[in-house]
Design a protein around this ligand. Sequence first.
Ligand code: NAD
Length: 508
Amino acid sequence: MTSIAQTTELAPRIQNALAACGVTNDAYGEDRATRSPLTGEPLVSLRNTTDEEVEAAIAAAHSAFLSWREVPAPVRGNVVKRWGELLTEHKEDLAAIVQAEAGKITSEALGEVQEMIDICDFAVGQSRMLYGKTMPSERPGHRLMETWHPLGVVGVISAFNFPVAVYSWNTALALIAGDTVVWKPSGTTMLSALATNALLARAVAESGAPAEIHQLIVTDRGGAQRLIEDERVALVSATGSVRMGREIAPKVAERFGRTILELGGNNGAIITPSADLDLALRGIVFAAVGTAGQRCTSMRRLIVHESIVEELIGKLVAAYSSLNIGLPLDENNLVGPLINEASYDAMQRALAQAREESGTVLTGGERVLAETYPEAYYVEPAIVRMPEQSRVVHDETFAPILYVMTYTDFDEAIALHNAVPQGLSSAVFTQDQAEAERFLSASGSDCGIANVNIGTSGAEIGGAFGGEKETGGGRESGSDSWKAYMRQATNTVNYSGQLPLAQGVEFL
Ligand code: NAD
């Protein structure tokens, strides 16, 4: 991507990128201002989807589902294949919009779009592999098998920090599964959503699929209630905070709808005495500081053996001091802005609480570049030494704060690691195979993602992604996550001419 010297070029550049992706003027209006966290400057104003239009979108998606489910799955895959091609063609355009709205550095913004391309590839292959099992029947002359069928309308609610990648995990799989999608993106990243929607609409049109299989609604959380409450929406896949999950999950459950919940994380790493500290250092810094600590998988807690803690802290503080913080358009900068003032305030509150709980801020925490960008919130990533027992380390603060604690034996480290309410991602850095295996075992890490000698963030799409406990239990992306977008039927076929009953039951 070309970098921008003058930030006044930002809005026109984003408008050009939107146009290149196929966003038309009817999306624009006066209802909703958008602004860039890079500089705080306004980008483009949008038109909100009205309540009547939300209702119409659900109705249209439901009606399209009734025909889309009859299309053979490998043919459905053609839409996703074309979408992946268009995403590849417009990778830089979409990444520029993601960068301007979510504040990512260039390589992470490009990586986000690459993740979309990767899941499209995966989903196209999966469209030929919606396998059901055949099991031996206990009755003679019977066949017992399972089949997988499209589920219905999938409502996707997405978070600001991965404005398009996590949504695309859902949508690529939902579409090949024979579902239709209504998408409510984060209010903070609607432009990324408009561009993505325009590319998908083009893929749908060029593939000859019904236009209504994908709907975008530009609305706040109030407007999204319809998605949550409407019985035609078979599955609500929601990514965001634990608070959001608590609000929506009971409402969907009340009507026996399904949910996939991808909620907050509070990801930790254990650093053992045998760890390769230079490798650990790189893994920790990327996971703790990447995306300015605003990944669901960001590393927030370090649990370090007491014998190496001083050495590791020395290396970390030195590494943090060499990080360039600033406009992510400049490729020398590795730390971009927080998304908004509320995030900055939350970071300051957490640091104050950490100090109250006998924590020591070893580096960082200060706002920088405030004079250059008074409306943007750049911060120095913080490292805070904490006592083993404290309250603040149990919270996910969506900002670059890394709490460092110590342990003496490995069981204690695992207990400390698992003592938080969230369960998304985790890591151990060790060269001791027994410790590594212990961490991955049933009594090891209690997270949905557990890594050895690699940080907590930066998952590949091929594995299932998601977490336990307050993270919500959902699984998306690779492995057999596709099953969540389908309904399973168990079929017994009797070709025996008799009617033997299971379990040897006699009747009539
Ligand atoms: P958020 O909870 O504020 O919002 C997420 C989405 O939910 C937005 O689209 C928002 O408008 C919507 N929303 C919020 N409350 C709602 C309600 N009551 N009804 C309907 N919709 C509602 O989260 P955020 O600030 O956008 O994102 C950061 C959070 O997301 C962090 O907690 C992060 O860990 C989490 N996250 C989790 C994953 C994961 O895969 N586990 C991935 C990305 C982000």
